[in-house]
Design a protein around this ligand. Structure first.
Ligand SMILES: [Zn+2]
Ligand SMILES: [Zn+2]
Length: 285
């Protein structure tokens, strides 16, 4: 129900339903390319350079479990529509409408509907999102109450996936540093037919790429662990940070103004003292 007591109006038909809606974004396509690149690196190179059949099967199983977890979590995070059900016609709602206190409500003038304060309107997706966390540019969809757990699962599985690939590549890099010819001879039985220089180039490029990815994903995972620990959303964090920066700037401006006034007062006092001294000198004895 909106403030005028009328039934909620359906959201605008132009809203994006999920990540797969057009238009796709370049950065979203880049995400898919990076994922495919990691899979190619592992299945076409890394797994074939392992030391024996045990290490081959263990790394293959670990990586494949992480890859399947990534695909499943990514599918749900991307395909679920995180819209607030209050924006939908009553027959399309999946969550029962709970009565809300007025203090818990806000109104979206874009969707023309009253909803919980934790729901926010996303300009990119053109809809209100239930317990809005953020609009993920990498997936090109909003993350909210309905798909947040899949988003967290995606971050965790990508972290494990990249750590698995990086650990393997780092082991090969160390082996190359110790004896590159022996490493080349060891993998010459596989279908990988590259000379020693080529091996150095491939292993080094992968090391830089995977180390960068592990660091970036670790930062994201750490950030969301901190949010869970504090019990807030990304949106809450951004708003509180903006408020903190504004408060700091305001405090600095007030301090600067106070300093200016004190300097002006000191200058006035000095001028008055100088005037009095000059007047006393001019008094005839
Ligand atoms: Zn809205
Ligand atoms: Zn969005």
């Amino acid at each position: 129900m909106d403030e005028s007591g009328e039934r909620a109006a359906p959201a605008a038909p132009t809203r994006r339903i999920n990540s797969f809606d057009r238009p796709l974004k370049n950065i979203q396509i880049l995400t898919w390319v990076i994922f495919v690149a990691i899979l190619l690196m592992f299945y076409c190179f890394l797994v074939h350079c392992t030391w024996d059949s045990t290490s081959f099967w263990i790394t293959l199983a670990l990586f494949t479990i992480c890859a399947v977890g990534t695909i499943v979590c990514c599918y749900f995070a991307c395909s679920i529509d995180p819209i607030d059900d209050m924006c939908l016609p009553p027959e399309e709602r999946t969550v029962d409408e709970q009565p809300m206190e007025r203090s818990e409500m806000s109104h979206c003038y874009m969707c023309k509907v009253s909803l919980r304060k934790t729901s926010k309107h996303c300009g990119e997706c053109k809809k209100c999102v239930a317990t809005f966390d953020h609009h993920c540019v990498w997936l090109n969809t909003c993350i909210g109450e309905k798909n947040y757990k899949y988003f967290l699962g995606l971050v965790a599985s990508v972290q494990l996936l990249t750590i698995c690939a990086l650990a393997l590549d780092l082991a090969y890099f160390i082996e190359l540093c110790k004896d590159s010819v022996a490493f080349h001879d060891r993998i010459s039985d596989t279908f990988i037919q590259i000379d020693v220089i080529g091996l150095w180039i491939i292993v080094s490029i992968m090391l830089v790429f995977l180390a960068g990815l592990v660091a970036a994903v670790a930062q994201l995972a750490g950030f969301h662990c901190m949010l869970r620990w504090r019990g807030i959303t990304t949106y809450d964090y951004v708003v509180s940070e903006q408020r903190r920066v504004n408060d700091k700037r305001q405090a600095e401006q007030q301090a600067a103004q106070r300093r200016r006034l004190e300097e002006q007062a000191a200058a006035t006092r000095a001028a008055e003292t100088a005037t009095i001294a000059a007047e006393q000198e001019m008094v005839p004895v």
